[in-house]
Each structure stands twice: as C-alpha cells, then as structure tokens.
Ligand binder design. Sequence first.
Ligand code: TXA
Ligand code: MG
Length: 316
Amino acid sequence: TPSDLETLRLADDAEGHARAAAILRDGGLVALPTETVYGLGGDARNDMAVARIFEAKGRPRFNPLIVHVDSIDRAQAYVHWSDQADRLAQAFWPGPLTLVLPLRDDAGLSPLVTADLPTLAIRLPAHPVAQRLLSEFAGPVAAPSANPSGRISPTTADHVLAGLGGRIAAVLDGGACDVGLESTILGLGRSPTLLRPGGLPTGPIEAALGMALVHHSTGDPLVAPGQMASHYAPGASVRLNARAAEPGELFLGFGPMDCDLNLSASGDLTEAAANLFGHLHALDARAPDGIAVAPVPDTGLGLAINDRLRRAAAPR
Ligand code: TXA
Ligand code: MG
C-alpha cells in the first residue's frame, strides 16, 4: 500500500511549484487547490500516476476523472471541440464548469482517466495556484477531489492531510477554496445536460446557451457515473430539513437562528457554499451522534448545496 509516504506540505512559492511539477513529471501525486475544492493531481498521460490516484482515494475504477488544463488550446488537444463548448468556455473558463465532450483518438491520455468511456470531462480552473502549477507542468492533470472516496470533499490543505496524509507525495497549500463546491458538470451531447449541479449555477449557463438544460433524474443512465447516492459522508449521520437539534446532535444552521455552526447567518447561498464542507468537517470532528441541518432554499447555488447534503444524509 502507498500509506507510508511522508506527505510534504509545499508552499505557494517558486520552490513549492518546482517541487510539485517535478513530482507530477515523476508520476507522483500532488494535491492542489482549485477555486472549487482541492484536487488530487496526477499526470493524465501516465498509467501509473492515474492508477495511484484511484488507489490513494480507494475510488472504484469505473468512476472517471476530470482532466485539468491551463488553456482552451490544450483542451482542444484532448476533446472534439464544438460551438457550444466554445461559447461556454468563452463565458465561464477559467471557472467552476466541467465540460464532457467526445474524447479524441489522438488524445494520448491513460485509458484509466475516462474509465474507457468515449467522452472526457475537462476543465480550466480559475485558482491562480492551480493555473501556475498547470503551466509549470505544461501537461494534462487528472484530478478528482482530494478526499478518500465517499467522504467530505476538502477545501483546505489540512482537510487533505487529514484524509490522505501518508498516501500522497505532497499537498500544495493555497489556503481555503473560494467556491467550496465542486464544479458544475455539463454533458454536451445532442442536448446540453446537467450531469452534476455545482459551483456555477444553471441560470447563467442557460442564458449563455440560449436554451434550457436537460436535468437528469435519479437513475438516469446519463448521470455522471460517480454520482453515488451516498457521498460526502461525515462519520456522523446527517438529518436534513431540521428545525432544531435532538439530544446528541449538533445543529448546522442557515439564516438567522440558534445553532452550533451557521452556513450563512444572513442567508447568503454563496457564503453557504463556501462554508459547507468546512463546517461539516468541523462538526464531524466533534464526534456527535448526528448532524442536524436546517433547510436551504433550492435555488441558484442552493441546488448544488442540497445535492451534496442529500448525498451526505443518504443511507450508507
Ligand atoms: O470541482 C471539481 O470538479 C473538482 C476539482 C478538483 O476540479 N473535481 C471533482 O472531481 O469534483 P471528482 O472526481 O470528485 O468528480 C468528478 C465527477 C465524477 O462524478 C465523475 O463520475 C464525473 O465527474 N465524470 C468524469 N468523467 C466523466 C465523463 N466522461 N462523463 C460523465 N461524467 C464524468
Ligand atoms: Mg469527489
């Protein structure tokens, strides 16, 4: 097992980036900050590196990875580009949007990345630390969220070390992630389809495309294969739409109310998204019997917040 590595915490400086790029070139794994969550990065062309990602996370091999690039040009080397892809990339890249497009025959990526699907999920992250490392490495980086499979996603380097310390070569410390929720994933087949709600709300996407997105329903085979019912699970059980805590529970609030931690006391969904995973990590660390969560409105970013909360609360 790879659980005896001494995981380095690298600083966001010239030496840290050089070290991180060298580890990627050698087929090692580096967790890196993006504006959404920390990703567990490896060279997407290197079978060994990609195999190590699955192993370090305990991730099922059928669940494909997102490839991260530093430019639209580089993206076009891996996927068949389209007018819709171009419109969305011009409007929202760099940013929290992943596009699923047909994989090119000459992409040269490890087949493990796509789990043998004919499509590839690709994104251009906005975080300056991610962009600097991607440019310094000058290649495609496969990066799932840097958490053990099924657990809460990491929004700080400390979360990464708590979950994957000893199993990866390094984490590049870029502070806390701004958005706090993973990217929105869109399938660009015949009709643009929302495969995972995320950090970019659907309203602006539909406005840019000039059409409504198809929303998948549970059980739809179009869904991103990694959308397991139980995911983002803290150790404690999670109870949704709660008005108050039961004995033994901690209460995660939203809006003005009495609670142990509040996603946003003012009821701001952007703030709530940024706090969601950090607050779940913090409440879980207090080892309660359960975590009760106040209702969050199902509009805008609330769609993605409620998606993550439902999976955190799902039977394991
Ligand atoms: O914000 C994010 O997207 C973060 C950061 C690190 O970029 N990454 C992330 O990766 O959330 P991960 O592996 O935790 O989630 C990727 C999701 C999975 O549900 C996977 O099934 C789906 O993307 N996916 C990957 N390739 C796909 C494909 N070709 N078609 C459909 N879904 C795909
Ligand atoms: Mg994930």
